[in-house]
Design a protein around this ligand. Structure first.
Ligand SMILES: Cc1cc2nc3c(=O)[nH]c(=O)nc-3n(C[C@H](O)[C@H](O)[C@H](O)COP(=O)(O)O)c2cc1C
Length: 209
């Protein structure tokens, strides 16, 4: 499939059939998420990859009982950092220095930029910024799933506070922002599968100069 065909094929799956997604496809979706760009490269989020059915059964009631929570093969939870600390910036700069075979001193400009941009902001401001970065990764994951013919449902329909409590995210310095259920469509029982996509017209969506 060409990428455009994949994007036409994909839809927000409402009913999945419980079939498992092969590990290599999951790995390619996770790699796409990992390769997503983020502002200043910080990747201020963590993605929880949940296959445990018992845990997904506990998540379902805090996600309006959506069936994809348990009928999917893998449930990804995108959780943004609840605060950004000097330690996190130091860790990022050390990793960049290691990967690029340089020193942290040589990356002082990067470190100063991150510190200047983020450390004077409130935790809430930084969390909102981190959540926006997590959404870019969600988009990459969605697109990659379509390209490897895995069905997906992006999800905001859950109670973040309750999910955070259930997954003990506060202790990890995280707050949930979105989820991505990955699996295969149950075409016979999914009301959305054959409906045309609703999209604004290009002339409404784009302004050309
Ligand atoms: C961030 C985000 C959150 C969404 N939350 C839910 C959700 O909780 N449950 C659901 O069934 N669909 C959810 N959707 C699916 C959208 O309703 C759907 O993507 C949109 O109507 C466009 O349709 P399509 O994805 O089938 O092309 C969400 C989509 C996005 C991007």
């Amino acid at each position: 499939m060409q990428w455009m065909d994949s994007f036409e094929w994909r839809y927000a799956c409402k009913k999945m059939n419980g079939q498992s997604v092969p590990q290599e496809k999951i790995d390619s979706i996770l790699q796409a998420i990992r390769l997503a760009p983020t502002s200043m490269g910080l990747q201020p989020f963590t993605v929880l990859v949940i296959t445990d059915l018992e845990l997904r059964k506990k998540i379902q009631p805090v996600a309006f009982n959506q069936s994809q929570i348990t009928d999917s093969s893998h449930l990804l939870v995108f959780a943004a950092w609840s605060s950004i600390t000097e330690d996190k910036i130091r860790e990022y700069v050390a990793n960049a220095a290691h990967i690029r075979n340089t020193t942290t001193e040589a990356l002082k400009g990067l470190s100063d930029m991150l510190t200047g941009a983020l450390l004077h902001q409130s935790d809430e401001q930084n969390f909102n910024w981190a959540a926006r970065q997590a959404y870019i990764a969600l988009g990459f994951g969605l697109a990659a799933a379509a390209m490897v013919q895995v069905d997906a449902t992006p999800m905001e329909g859950f109670q973040p506070g309750k999910l955070d409590e259930l997954l003990e995210l506060p202790a990890k310095g995280l707050r949930s922002v979105s989820m991505l259920a990955l699996g295969y469509r149950d075409a016979e029982n999914d009301w959305l599968v054959n409906l045309a996509k609703v999209r604004r017209q290009p002339e409404q969506l784009f302004i050309h100069y």
